[in-house]
Design a protein around this ligand. Structure first.
Ligand SMILES: [Zn+2]
Length: 314
């Protein structure tokens, strides 16, 4: 057992329970809440997010990992209020999203960027005292170019200084997880502390099995997914990896945003697109896995035990 930081303070890893590892309470733009606060209907958003989280908690959700770094419009006070109002543990992220922030390109070194992340993990975010519990880093179709490698090294160094685990956004059809792992290996990161996100955007079993064998975790974190790869196929891939012996290295999530800054419209669109929201896995994917013959132990492994081990570093 270990202790990690939630937005309400320390939580024992044994208390994390059923965990969604890659979600977003709000995604927006950096600084909007300060620069254009009239764009953000804060009271309504808070109420809406609490309602969504309570609905999920009633169906078993205990922990919601919000992998929204500052450049996606992270709002840690909203996360704190949402956690208080819903009773769901929320873990906040430091790190960065896809494009290297312009401010980081002005001669900074990876160690200087790591210093910023370390402060958010050890002291808190934006003067709130709310601490990050996970480090986000993102590479997409461009692969790991020079800027991407710079950001991966900053994330790796912040991880090594704090013990907070790393969660990536990757482009699975381009096998970008392999390139991320290569940089982490160069930096001496224990791959049991690395989660390669959006790995279920492909059904390339050679790639997925290769990542499992390297020892990292796979984020099977896009459900229901798009038309190119629907949720039935994504569920089959999870079952194949369970059958190959890798339930302990997968975690399932949706990559949903509960709201955008522009209040109701964003939420209604989400509901129309996926009426189950962040209950989709509980209501659709897990029952389908059981029909396919997955054991309760393998489901518990992916939804409870793997997240706990990843945060503990065991
Ligand atoms: Zn995401």
């Amino acid at each position: 057992m270990a202790t990690i930081q939630s937005v309400l303070g320390p939580v024992d890893t044994g208390d994390l329970g059923f965990t969604l590892m890659h979600e977003h309470v709000l995604s927006s733009s950096a600084g909007v809440k300060y620069t254009y606060p009239e764009l953000v209907n804060r009271p309504w958003l808070t109420e809406s997010v609490i309602a969504d989280l309570r609905e999920a908690a009633a169906e078993g959700l205990r922990t919601f990992v919000d992998v929204t770094p500052f450049d996606l419009g992270r709002d840690v006070q909203l996360l704190r209020d949402a956690s208080r109002g819903s009773g769901v543990h929320i873990i906040a992220a430091t790190g960065s999203h896809r494009n290297v922030p312009r401010a980081f390109l002005d001669g900074a070194t990876p160690d200087q960027i790591a210093d910023l992340y370390v402060r958010e993990i050890q002291e808190g975010i934006e003067g709130t005292g709310i601490r990050a519990g996970i480090i986000k880093v993102a590479n997409d179709q461009e692969g790991v170019d020079a800027g991407g490698a710079f950001m991966l090294r900053a994330a790796a160094r912040a991880h090594k200084r704090t013990g907070a685990p790393i969660s990536t956004h990757s482009y699975a059809p381009g096998r970008v997880g392999n390139d991320q792992v290569a940089i982490f290996q160069e930096e001496g990161v224990d791959l049991r502390r690395v989660y390669i996100g959006h790995s279920n955007d492909t059904d390339d079993m050679d790639y997925l099995l290769g990542l499992c064998r390297k020892g990292c975790y796979l984020g099977m974190d896009r459900f229901p997914g798009g038309s190119a790869l629907g949720w039935e196929r994504r569920t089959q891939v999870v079952k194949q990896l369970i059958d190959a012996g890798f339930a302990a290295q997968m975690m399932l999530s949706h990559d949903r945003r509960l709201c955008g800054p522009n209040t109701r419209q964003g939420r209604l669109e989400r509901r129309g697109n996926n009426p189950d929201g962040v209950n989709f896995i509980t209501r659709k994917v897990l029952p389908r896995l059981r029909e396919m013959g997955a054991s309760e132990a393998s489901i518990r492994m992916m939804m409870v035990e793997a997240p706990r081990r990843y945060f503990e570093g065991g």
